[in-house]
Design a binder for this molecule. Structure first.
Ligand SMILES: Cc1cc2nc3c(=O)[nH]c(=O)nc-3n(C[C@H](O)[C@H](O)[C@H](O)COP(=O)(O)O)c2cc1C
Length: 364
């Protein structure tokens, strides 16, 4: 059996004021097990606590409001019942000495009228995503979203603050703002989806306004040292969303501002999500990382070997892994001992029940 006990991957690390058992983070993964009211089942507490061996768990993306919803059976953090269900999760993770952050989500245009009583989803601008989205009864074509009126935007920022406060009530250790994967925050960032000409669009400074107001609202609740932000500068899915015309300038400026705010970490999806790990679209991830003085969590198709070399080169402070955690609740132990990794069939990724979710065995 191979022992990697010298590896920095398995050494405890301090990030801000948080003491983490190792440098492997569980990446956020939507698993679509909540009920129609956005309340997680009791077995979600088993699922998350089984994975508490990660240095830090980031939860599946969680809707900040009813308006934020894009997909069936995704959890929320606006009702008392949702908060209660999350409290059971955080209690279970803390009993296993894990740490857990909630990922805050508004899907914007990546949604469907079926999720909103027939009303169009909202977005910075009326730009229709390409392709189809999962709804309750199968796949449906995307529709053109309704461009938000400038007077509506402060209430969405406010919803982020309320959701952040609810996350505190639910016992989380911190929160991650989901500014990745072409959801609402990134729709404001990119000039391909933000065609506004008011204070929230047009110039780069204006495109950054909403993404920074959201982080500020969350920081006011948690303090900057318990807030992370996730970005995905070159990811084009879902909705076949075109890249920003100058991602280094746009994301670089965002990181400059987040750095000045002193937030805890940036969590960067390096490459096209789940598809490649290469630099693409003129983005150099190391150069981006240099723009931010907090911790840098790297993600996308990392293996233990890639994680070790990225840490050794100083290209990242922590590494997050997503898919490997689905079928390997004890992933960190398996990596440490060189144990075999199980693979989860895709049919278990989204929807269903505890099968393929909270019933994966530990190696020993
Ligand atoms: C089933 C599944 C659900 C996902 N849900 C989310 C999500 O809710 N929020 C998010 O930011 N990324 C989500 N992702 C992306 C992952 O966090 C991660 O970026 C991606 O899987 C690449 O990392 P990996 O190669 O280690 O799996 C999801 C990925 C998968 C496979």
């Amino acid at each position: 059996m191979v022992h990697h006990t010298e590896s920095p991957v398995f050494q405890p690390v301090t990030m801000g004021g948080l003491r983490l058992a190792n440098r492997i983070v569980m990446a956020p993964m939507t698993r679509s097990r909540a009920d129609d009211a956005g309340v997680l089942p009791a077995y979600a507490a088993d699922y998350y606590s089984q994975r508490a061996g990660a240095g830090l768990i980031i939860t599946e993306a969680t809707n900040i409001s009813a308006q934020a919803r894009g997909y069936p059976r995704t959890p929320g953090i606006w009702s008392d019942a949702q908060i209660e269900a999350w409290k059971a999760v955080t209690d279970a993770v803390h009993r296993e000495e894990g740490k857990i952050f909630l990922q805050l989500w508004h899907t914007g245009r990546i949604s469907h009228p079926d999720m909103h009583g027939g009303d169009a989803p909202v977005a910075p601008s009326a730009v229709k995503p390409e392709g189809q989205i999962r709804v309750h009864d199968g796949m449906k074509d995307f529709v053109t979203p309704r461009a938000l009126g400038i007077g509506e935007i402060p209430s969405i920022v406010n919803d982020y603050g309320t959701a952040a406060a609810n996350a505190k009530t639910a016992g989380f250790d911190g929160v991650e703002v989901h500014a990745a994967n072409n959801y609402l925050v990134e729709q404001f960032l990119r000039d391909s989806t933000n065609l506004r000409d008011d204070a929230y669009g047009g110039s780069l400074r204006h495109r950054l306004r909403f993404p920074l107001e959201v982080v500020q609202a969350v920081v006011e609740v948690w303090g900057a040292d318990r807030v992370g932000v996730r970005i995905s500068p070159v990811t084009t899915t879902p909705g076949e969303t075109p890249l920003d015309s100058d991602p280094m300038a746009t994301y670089g400026a965002y990181l400059d501002e987040l750095s000045a705010m002193g937030i805890l970490y940036v969590h960067d999806i390096e490459g096209v999500t789940q598809m490649n790990r290469q630099e693409a679209g003129g983005v150099h991830f190391h150069a981006l990382r240099e723009r931010f003085r907090g911790a840098y969590i790297a993600n996308n198709q990392y293996t233990l070997a890639l994680a070790e070399s990225a840490l050794a080169r100083g290209d990242a402070d922590l590494i997050s892994m997503g898919r490997p955690f689905i079928a390997n609740p004890d992933l960190v132990d398996r990596l440490r001992s060189g144990g075999p990794l199980a693979e989860a069939p895709k049919e278990y990724w989204y929807g269903g029940d505890s099968t393929g979710y909270s019933d994966w065995p530990r190696l020993r």
